[in-house]
Design a protein around this ligand. Structure first.
Ligand SMILES: [Zn+2]
Length: 262
């Protein structure tokens, strides 16, 4: 260990000229660790970590996303969330509340981050952003009376193709803050659906209809549920999953996502 420290110290000296630092810095912007791990700096020399949005090297104090990109992402403020809730969920009466972290903008940083999270095995970004979403839920909703967190499930074929469900990792991050039961087994996606991106709302609703099935009603009945997805666009997916949960006897169903889109 002494040798390792010596190597790190020399690498550090050559890099920064400031000598060996025992760092305990709090940095305001970004998903940034409070305590900078000296080993992270060491490994970054050999295997640099890359920001998925701008492809630049991450600094040792940055985790997953660089602070420049993170600062460019548009936060979803309460007025916007209220507006989107009215537009997407209010008339159906299934989802009783909504929280989102960011506003999705096409061809911008967040789109690239979400793409990386979903398709490039960068699922740990989901967990990191989930922690921020958990913080926001605690701040926004003073009476957090959820019993259960449920990630919107993927069809098993899509999951085996991708290797993971990104919404599960977001939920894991949220649950680090909320510390409830995270249930990824009670609801299944039984209908394979093709990408809905270009579909209008009516077509999406038809496409997603009957896509979910509760397989463990005992764990759902009477519970207030926090349903988690990566991006909420028309709200058709979350509403359909929520409808299945409600029909089986769930209590209140609340939706949360990393991003909200038009
Ligand atoms: Zn970046």
């Amino acid at each position: 260990m002494g040798d390792l420290r010596f190597i790190i110290q020399n690498k550090q000296n050559s890099l920064t000229g400031k000598g060996f630092r025992f760092i305990n810095t709090v940095i305001s912007a970004g998903i940034i660790k409070n305590k900078i791990n000296i080993l992270t700096e060491f490994f970054d020399l050999f295997l640099p970590r890359i920001c998925p949005a701008c492809k630049n090297k991450l600094e040792s104090k940055e985790e997953y996303i660089c602070s420049t990109c993170l600062n460019k992402i548009l936060p979803a403020d309460n007025t916007r969330i209220k507006f989107e809730f009215q537009k997407k969920f209010n008339s159906k009466g299934i989802i009783s509340g909504l929280t989102s972290l960011y506003v999705f903008e096409k061809d911008k940083e967040l789109q690239r981050i979400i793409h990386s999270m979903k398709y490039e095995n960068n699922f740990m970004i989901g967990e990191a952003l989930g922690i921020l979403l958990g913080d926001k839920l605690i701040k926004d909703i003073h009476e957090l009376n959820f019993d259960l967190i449920i990630p919107v499930p993927l069809h098993r074929l899509k999951k085996s193709e991708r290797g993971y469900n990104q919404s599960y990792y977001i939920s894991k991050g949220v649950n680090r803050k909320l510390k409830l039961e995270l249930d990824k087994r009670s609801v299944r996606r039984i209908k394979y659906t093709y990408t809905q991106t270009s579909m209008k709302i009516q077509k999406r609703e038809k496409n997603i209809s009957g896509a979910f099935k509760v397989v463990n009603a005992e764990n759902i009945a009477g519970k207030n549920i926090l349903l988690i997805d990566d991006v909420i666009t028309t709200g058709a997916t979350v509403s359909e999953c929520g409808r299945e949960l409600r029909d089986i006897g769930a209590g209140k169903i609340y939706a949360a996502s990393l991003a909200i889109a038009d």
